[in-house]
Design a binder for this molecule. Structure first.
Ligand code: ZN
Ligand code: ZN
Length: 163
């Protein structure tokens, strides 16, 4: 995902567009059970002005992400707005730079994906999850462990059998 900014440097403030399809790196996923689906797309535009390159666009991607409670794979799609300034030189390591006439969007795209990765999600607000004892998916029916748990609770009767 390298932009050739030769033209943009000749005509400052003129806008140029780009549209890349790319395969995001697995390492940007924050969950070992998550997986990208198909290609991601990074499209937008850029201008050169005052020695800097301004890039604006959005990154769209799809992935399968496990439910926090039952591990069911959720189809997740997101579009992340992207906006950055690229410098020719910078001492600040957090700044993005371009190299001569080339501007590489790969690292910034990874950074935006990492920053915007969901921290977790559930397949359904009502998801009952998996029994920690027998591993049964409780959305498909309750298991025996649960009932044992209830009868073992000394306050069960007092609480009207609710707990
Ligand atoms: Zn679930
Ligand atoms: Zn169980």
């Amino acid at each position: 995902m390298v932009l050739d900014i030769t033209e943009a440097k000749k005509y400052p403030s003129r806008s140029y567009s780009f549209d890349f399809k790319f395969t995001p790196q697995e390492m940007v996923l924050n969950n070992p059970l998550a997986k990208f689906v198909g290609n991601a797309r990074f499209k937008g535009s850029y201008i050169f002005s005052g020695g800097k390159v301004y890039v604006k666009g959005d990154i769209t991607y799809s992935m399968k992400y496990p439910c926090d409670r039952c591990l069911k794979k959720i189809n997740y799609k997101d579009t992340i707005p992207f906006e950055e300034v690229f410098y020719e030189f910078s001492d600040d390591k957090s700044d993005y730079t371009y190299n001569g006439n080339l501007l590489d969007l790969a690292k910034p795209a990874d950074d935006y994906l990492i920053l915007n990765m969901p921290l977790g999600m559930v397949c359904d607000k009502q998801c009952k999850g998996i029994c920690p004892q027998c591993g049964k998916n409780l959305n498909q029916g309750s298991c025996d462990c649960q009932e044992q748990e209830i009868s073992r609770n000394p306050f069960s009767k007092l609480l009207g059998g609710k707990f």
